[in-house]
Design a protein. Structure first.
Length: 503
């Protein structure tokens, strides 16, 4: 659960911090062989009953954090195998981005109904009466489900007056809006990469920490230590991610302390994106297409194109805020490198595209960035704040929450074409996004602007966040209120729009 510091979060944070330390300290790459013993010291397991299993899991997580592939249990090789190829500051993400550590997977049962101790063995036994396959019978005064006969219809659960019947679902499967997770021959989770869009929802939903994404922490630190200037492009959802009392000015100062030249809010790119998408909508709807989908969430965009390839052109061709911000930075500072820092696993997938690589050199989640801060023992709440930061508009910042993209685009359209009446619909979570798409295909949303967000609550609920979604939304609202600029048209970066979109 995001926002909860659990043993799973503790493992992840220790791994991120230790890999960052390796890079900062110029430790020999063979150091990775020792790290499982430093992260899980002693002779008694802390997380599982088996300390050897704990260290093996940590070892694979270390490899993924270095950008290396997860090994099969049947393979015998040093933990550091292949590490030389990843220990460079030009390393891109190699597919697959999201990986399952098979020996950490619990092979959870999925889509199973079973009767708990809450069963009272009542006289009416409605569960038996409603079952269409006679899969329920009484034993020792209690209802029992024959799993061989059960068709998982759920009628028994709906009928039970004591709520004694539970539906058990594998968390990663339940979280996956693409139905991309199935079983391997041993009943463990397995990802169909033809369906996966790297949203990372399975990653945050697995209670056994068996699902892991690759990282560029090591490579980012090498870049920070080089002579090449490195700039941070930070997503609008960063507010209070690094501490309850942090401000944008404190985060900017902390980033400079670890080696960044400066920080730019990706909300700057969001302002430009809102203008682009407004122009796109006015030009094409309904003249060339029945509706238009927003472009900023890569997992939603890829899902839409996979689900309805015949409507792929209906998704806005506007550049995403991440890419627009990176282009602004590189126009201002040629030959620099840009690190996108945000809540999103799918942004790693986006940045791995050849068309984006020249703009965004590295992608880190907030969780991974916290590992870099901790490696340098930087408490973001205690640094000296930088100058006041007012780069973007309130509506640009609002891209971080579900509904915020559509709201910003509509406000721009009102200025461009006051006579136009714009209707919008938004969905969060890929399951709901699919339903929205199907309704659009059926003609229910002709003339609409569709906003899709892969994560619950929008970007503030992404796979790489550190804070609870509800609190993050409150803090985001407060940051929007303090913004000196209210609308995207007030952006001081408007002159860059033609320069960076005609390349």
């Amino acid at each position: 659960m995001r926002g909860l510091y659990s043993s799973k979060a503790e493992i992840r944070h220790k791994v991120f911090t230790e890999i960052a330390k390796m890079a900062f300290e110029d430790a020999p790459l063979s150091k990775i062989e020792d790290l499982p013993y430093e992260i899980v010291p002693g002779e008694i397991g802390k997380y599982y009953d088996n300390i050897f299993l704990e260290r093996a899991i940590v070892g694979e997580r270390l490899r993924a954090t270095m950008g290396l592939p997860i090994r099969k249990m049947s393979e015998h090789a040093p933990l550091s195998e292949g590490i030389d190829a990843s220990a460079i500051d030009e390393k891109y993400y190699d597919p697959p981005l999201i990986n399952i550590i098979k020996f950490a997977c619990h092979a959870c049962p999925h889509n199973r109904f079973f009767i708990t101790d809450a069963c009272q063995g009542c006289l009416e036994h409605p569960c038996i009466e409603v079952c269409p396959k006679n899969a329920i019978h009484m034993e020792n005064g209690r209802s029992v489900i024959d799993q061989e006969k059960c068709i998982k219809c759920g009628k028994c659960r709906q009928a039970c007056p004591y709520s004694a019947i539970v539906k058990q679902e594998r968390p990663c499967m339940k979280a996956c809006g693409m139905n991309a997770i199935g079983n391997d021959e041993y009943g463990r989770a397995d990802i169909d990469y033809d369906k996966c869009v790297s949203c990372g929802m399975c990653l945050v939903s697995c209670p056994f920490s068996a699902i892991v994404d690759k990282s560029q922490i090591y490579q980012t630190v090498l870049a920070l230590k080089s002579d090449t200037p490195v700039y941070a492009a930070i997503a609008p959802s960063f507010i209070h991610q690094f501490g309850s009392h942090t401000t944008p000015e404190l985060v900017r100062s902390a980033l400079k302390a670890v080696g960044f030249e400066d920080m730019m809010e990706v909300a700057v790119g969001a302002d430009l994106c809102a203008i682009q998408e407004a122009e796109d909508f006015l030009e094409n709807v309904p003249k060339n297409q029945k509706w238009m989908g927003t472009s900023c969430c890569p997992a939603w965009s890829v899902m839409a194109k996979k689900t309805l390839p015949e409507y792929a052109d209906y998704i806005s061709m506007s550049l995403t805020p991440m890419v627009l911000t990176a282009r602004v930075i590189k126009k201002q500072h040629p030959n620099c490198k840009v690190v996108f820092i945000g809540p999103c696993a799918a942004k790693k997938l986006e940045a791995s595209r050849r068309s984006v690589r020249s703009e965004v050199d590295f992608v880190l989640t907030f969780e991974e960035m916290m590992g870099i801060f901790e490696a340098q023992q930087i408490d973001v709440e205690k640094v000296t704040p930088d100058d006041s930061l007012h780069q973007s508009s309130a509506l640009g910042k609002g891209f971080a929450a579900s509904g915020g993209v559509a709201k910003a685009v509509v406000e721009v359209i009102k200025k461009m074409a006051p006579e136009r009446e714009i209707q919008t619909v938004n969905a969060e979570g890929l399951d709901e996004c699919k339903k929205m798409l199907m309704l659009a295909k059926a003609g229910k949303y002709d003339g609409y602007l569709l906003e899709g967000m892969a994560c619950p609550g929008g970007c503030i609920g992404g796979a790489g966040v550190l804070k609870d979604i509800r609190r993050a939304k409150v803090h985001l609202g407060n940051d929007m209120e303090r913004s000196q600029k209210k609308n995207p048209e007030e952006s001081e970066y408007l002159d860059y729009l033609d320069l960076i979109t005609n390349e």
